[in-house]
Design a protein around this ligand. Structure first.
Ligand SMILES: [Zn+2]
Length: 502
């Protein structure tokens, strides 16, 4: 379907003229934005890169943190334990530039690393793209924000462009969310940016207008910083979070997500034309991938399966239920009073160590008891004391070895709490209509496409991972990375196949 409604110059061109890896999956369990972006350009999974979730508590620091938090600068890659390919490039080639721009701060920060400039992300309250004091502030940033205000789509209407006959998605599905207007169907009108600023910002980042905005700004970064204009290799990381944020609201099978990808396709087509013009096709490599996949909306998949006469077990795990079950188990064993759970940042559960100490309870023993109890919740597939993983103890009976390996790769001994818990297939955490964060194939499977100079055309079915991107680029650039989880992609880049610039 998509090939018919998309331009021949966007994804279709990338698939036709570039390398498309159709079986690309992450091989760790906690599929979300922070850990995913940290993997993309380090080649490592959380057990090495140290970002096990978007939010986590650090046992050594004895505090809970956001994955891109910095106590001095507000935001930085301080919590990332390994270098990025950009860091390796800058160390080997000081004239090379590494830049990043994204809607989400953690996407820009965790892809680009410690030595990048500029590193920009979107902050509606601040009026556009911002950076932190960890990085140099580009002298042209104020001009960028004033000359291309993100509010320029105020009162604009996002209309569906795919003919009904070509779209299998029903626009109004029970279980999907809505934009701030409360509407679940096209056309979607953007709120007034002057009188409803918060509503405008919330809808803007879930509309194709924010993708246009992001790529307009990315072109400005390239122009201002002269990326790709000399013999030193540069890297530009672009994080498109719109697809994630709209997807959370409407679900992956929605009309809205289809329409958004059609809009992204045009944006990609224009960006490729731009790269061909200013850099020349033989001089760049474009890598397209994602930080995670997504699960279907549980209510939608349950209804769809019932309609076909099969029953699919799908549902939601609530934080309150996890806490209630743990408290009940530990109160039963050690006596009641306070809650035994200090924090929950899925997939990690952090027990109340102060209470353990007060009651002379070994936290490891409490974690064993709590994990056993969690496994009795219907929607839970995996609940393992984190210490088991750190010490190489057996994972969990009845869980396939591959799944255990994904859990191991997702755990940082200092930051993954006392227990890690994952839902069973088609079950998700929380009440957001659609989400990700599990080891199931739909959360781990992502696109991977490489396009540009020397990239041979073809569809490659080999099992690969986004962790393979950094070692591949390192090999091509003659750079050394430390111990990584990825391996170079099965792809031979040849100068002969590089087409001349347009
Ligand atoms: Zn998400």
């Amino acid at each position: 379907m998509f090939a018919r409604v998309a331009t021949p110059r966007g994804f279709n061109r990338v698939i036709r003229e570039g390398a498309w890896f159709s079986n690309c999956s992450f091989r760790y369990a906690s599929m979300m934005t922070g850990p995913g972006h940290a993997t993309l350009l380090t080649g490592c999974y959380p057990h090495r890169h140290g970002i096990p979730a978007n939010d986590f508590c650090d046992a050594s620091a004895n505090r809970c943190l956001y994955c891109a938090e910095d106590t001095v600068h507000g935001r930085s890659p301080a919590l990332l334990r390994v270098p990025t390919i950009g860091d390796a490039l800058r160390a080997a080639s000081p004239l090379s530039k590494v830049a990043a721009i994204a809607i989400k701060d953690r996407a820009a920060i965790l892809m680009s690393g410690t030595s990048a400039y500029p590193v920009l992300w979107f902050d509606a309250q601040a009026g556009g793209f911002v950076t932190s004091t960890y990085y140099r502030t580009p002298p042209w940033l104020g001009l960028l924000n004033s000359s291309m205000p993100f509010t320029r789509w105020t009162n604009h209407t996002w209309r569906a462009g795919i003919p009904d006959s070509l779209s299998p998605a029903i626009d109004n599905v029970e279980g999907e969310g809505a934009l701030t207007s409360g509407r679940r169907t096209f056309p979607h009108r953007m709120p007034d940016a002057a009188t409803a600023a918060d509503d405008y910002a919330a809808d803007f980042v879930r509309s194709p207008f924010s993708v246009t905005y992001l790529f307009d700004a990315a072109r400005e970064v390239m122009r201002r910083e002269k990326l790709g204009q000399d013999s030193a290799t540069d890297i530009l990381c672009i994080g498109v979070s719109t697809t994630d944020m709209l997807g959370h609201t409407f679900g992956p099978d929605s009309r809205e997500v289809q329409e958004l990808y059609r809009a992204c396709d045009s944006t990609l087509a224009n960006y490729i034309d731009y790269l061909d013009d200013v850099v020349g096709r033989q001089h760049y490599v474009l890598v397209i991938t994602s930080d995670h996949g997504v699960a279907p909306i549980p209510e939608v998949i349950r209804r769809a399966s019932e309609a076909q006469g099969v029953e699919i077990d799908a549902g939601r795990l609530r934080r309150a239920e996890l806490i209630r079950v743990i408290d009940s188990a530990l109160n039963g064993r050690y006596g009641g009073g306070a809650s035994w759970v200090r924090e929950v940042h899925e997939p990690a559960i952090y027990l109340n160590h102060a209470l353990c100490e007060e009651r002379s309870v070994d936290p490891g023993q409490a974690a064993e008891t709590a994990a056993q109890a969690l496994r009795n919740i219907h929607g839970v597939q995996i609940a393992i004391p984190t210490a088991h993983i750190a010490t190489g103890m057996p994972c969990q009976d009845s869980i396939p070895a591959e799944l255990c390996a994904f859990v191991r790769a997702a755990v940082d001994a200092d930051r993954s709490g006392d227990i890690v818990v994952f839902p069973r297939r088609y079950w998700i955490f929380g009440s957001t209509p659609a989400t990700h964060g599990t080891p199931h194939d739909y959360d781990r499977h992502v696109p991977l496409m490489l396009f540009g100079g020397g990239i041979p055309a073809g569809t490659i079915a080999a099992d690969v991972s986004p962790a393979d991107i950094a070692p591949t680029l390192a090999q091509w650039l003659g750079l050394r990375l430390g111990d990584v989880d990825g391996v170079p992609l099965p792809l031979t880049r040849t100068e002969e196949t590089a087409p001349e610039g347009r």
